[in-house]
Design a protein around this ligand. Sequence first.
Ligand SMILES: O=C(O)[C@H](O)[C@@H](O)[C@H](O)[C@H](O)COP(=O)(O)O
Length: 230
Amino acid sequence: MALTTLSFETPDALTDAFAQDLVSILKTGIKTRGRASLIVSGGRTPLALFKQLSETELEWDKVDVTLADERWVEEGHEASNTSLVKNNLIQNKAAAARFIELKSDADDANEGVNAAESNLASMSQPFDALILGMGEDGHTASLFPCSEQVLDGLDMSSGRTCIAVQPTTAPHQRISLTLPALLNSRNIFLHLTGEKKKQVLLDAIDNATEAQKPITAVVNRAPVTLMWAP
Ligand SMILES: O=C(O)[C@H](O)[C@@H](O)[C@H](O)[C@H](O)COP(=O)(O)O
């Protein structure tokens, strides 16, 4: 387990440093491979980071952006991570970034998995940067401990990069990147704020199985930088 914790005085200080780190990583990807790829998570935590990145100078037309997971709702729905990213990150200077859709018009996420995997395969891999969040139940992306699909999502030999997930403690069917897909990233960040989530993470690392707290499956297998502020 290789968890490096960077603690900041305030969420704003975290946002400033995090945006600079990500832009530096993406610049390296563009310089080295011609394009860079960024995977972001939804939720409330990354909103300020998205806004700051959108205002930051970068050859955004050479950056592919997608989500670690998406709720299976129409774009424009309040729960849509696609809307969250398009309205807050892919704006301003970052408006030229290419967004790779996980959501399609299929009625059910299970029917949308193949198209999501195909779209994901169009991105340069390994991904240059992955930003994960975590719920207080230890879920990350949409690898939910409460879901019947969690073991499939954590299966390192599944050959799948996306799965459909039906959590029981959170609304909406989802598409989530699988553990092998998430780990296929050069730089993995876990973006948390607040004492509670930090304690949930540390307790999970010490006491939980990967199925109980899926975030530990990531921390156990790759170097992860925890970006944390109170
Ligand atoms: O679609 C999602 O909701 C995210 O991918 C999810 O994994 C999120 O990162 C955590 O639930 C934390 O969400 P908050 O930042 O809102 O606490």
